[in-house]
Write a protein that binds this ligand. Structure first.
Ligand SMILES: [Zn+2]
Length: 66
């Protein structure tokens, strides 16, 4: 199974607002191993797609209304 990619609009220090991404491992067997991997992956920061810098979403402005 391919890993899932989560995306979020976040601010890179170099590139400004970008669609930051992070990979979450797909679920599989044994369940408990993947659950732990997914939990750890969700604790990692999103990364800028251009430079790969970790992005702290706490510094991200609220999403503008569309
Ligand atoms: Zn960047």
């Amino acid at each position: 199974m391919a890993p899932e990619t989560e995306t979020a609009t976040a601010r890179c220090a170099t590139h400004g607002l970008v669609q930051a991404t992070r990979q979450i491992p797909a679920m599989g067997f044994p369940f408990v191993v993947y659950a732990a991997r997914r939990y750890l992956a969700r604790r990692r920061p999103f990364r800028c797609p251009t430079c790969g810098a970790a992005i702290d979403r706490s510094s991200t402005p609220t999403r503008p209304a569309l």
